[in-house]
Design a protein around this ligand. Structure first.
Ligand code: BEZ
Ligand code: FE
Length: 299
């Protein structure tokens, strides 16, 4: 007779007793997932051997995480982010063919419906920050330009705040825009140099980071969502490689291929053409989109 058939619970048989109870599950995928989670959780409890007080503290922590969630704030996603789980799920679901640009987390500050702007537009609407021009090409894995690709862009300002965090201080849709490539796949727009910023850390996830001796900061970055017919959408960032937090992103979003090259440019004639007052920053970054198709498996 197997452990779960005896029906008695023992410390030694706990995993078999509990997972055995799930054999009549209506959904095989749910049963498989729950069996794995139960097994790993029991293993963790057996290794940690929490006191009853410690276990109750863990439950109270999760309760606080839940209470923090509303229409605007998703503390469970933040928890998943700081535990590296969001990036792991992203990696599993975005295995790309060689040469295709890599993805990273979406984050909570994307706003649907950003205005479509003419190529070259300045997404900085309040003239604050250090001028920056960003340009490059969107291509396929064969190196052919992709026409009609959209780039949905958003970034924090030079003080590390998104417009939605500073309503009434920054103009709506500040540092956001949608651009569409022409036949040559080229894109360019003007912006400002972003700054690092903390993820929301005034709740239980912030307290957990504090307990773990971790800071809440994300290195400076620009967000992109690229879409084009026949290609996999790409949710990604490009990062400032010289940011003080580049090696310790609170949500593990940094990948080597996403480090941009930020050049300081002192060319008065180019500055004048771009409408910049003086020195500016320049990034050239090319995107490569993977063809639409099935999820790739690890070999
Ligand atoms: C962001 O980059 O906007 C972000 C990502 C994950 C958590 C918080 C913010
Ligand atoms: Fe961000």
């Amino acid at each position: 007779m197997q452990a779960h058939e005896r029906g008695f619970f023992t410390e030694e048989d706990s995993i078999e007793v509990v997972t055995g109870r799930n054999i009549d599950a209506k959904n095989e995928r749910v049963r498989t997932a729950m069996d794995v989670i139960i097994r790993k959780l029991h293993e963790a409890v057996k290794e940690i051997e929490p006191t009853r007080e410690e276990w109750f503290e863990a439950i109270q922590f999760l309760t606080r995480v839940g209470h923090m969630c509303d229409e605007w704030r998703q503390e469970f996603i933040l928890l998943s982010d700081v535990l590296g789980v969001s990036m792991l799920v992203d990696a599993i679901n975005n295995r790309k063919p060689s040469g295709a640009s890599e993805s990273t987390v979406l984050g909570p500050f994307h706003v649907a419906g950003a205005p479509e702007l003419p190529m070259g537009a300045n997404i900085c609407l309040d003239q604050k920050g250090e001028d920056m021009v960003i340009h490059g090409h969107v291509r396929d894995v064969e190196g052919e330009p992709i026409a009609g690709a959209t780039l949905d862009v958003w970034q924090a300002n030079d003080e590390g705040f998104y417009d939605v965090q500073q309503k009434g201080i920054q103009p709506d849709f500040n540092l956001r825009g949608l651009f569409r490539t022409g036949p040559d796949g080229h894109y360019w727009f003007r912006a400002v140099k972003p700054k690092y910023y903390p993820i929301p850390h005034d709740g239980p996830v912030g307290q957990l980071l504090g307990e773990l001796g971790r800071h809440p900061n994300r290195p400076a970055h620009l967000h992109f969502i690229l879409k084009a017919d026949g290609y996999q959408p790409l949710i990604t960032h490009i990062f400032d490689p010289d940011d003080p937090y580049i090696g310790s992103d609170a949500v593990f979003g940094v990948k080597k291929s996403l480090l941009a090259d930020l050049k300081r440019v002192n060319e008065p004639e180019r500055a004048r053409q771009l409408g910049f007052a003086g020195e500016f920053w320049e990034i050239e970054y090319n995107f490569v989109l993977a063809p639409a198709g099935n999820r790739m498996r690890l070999a």
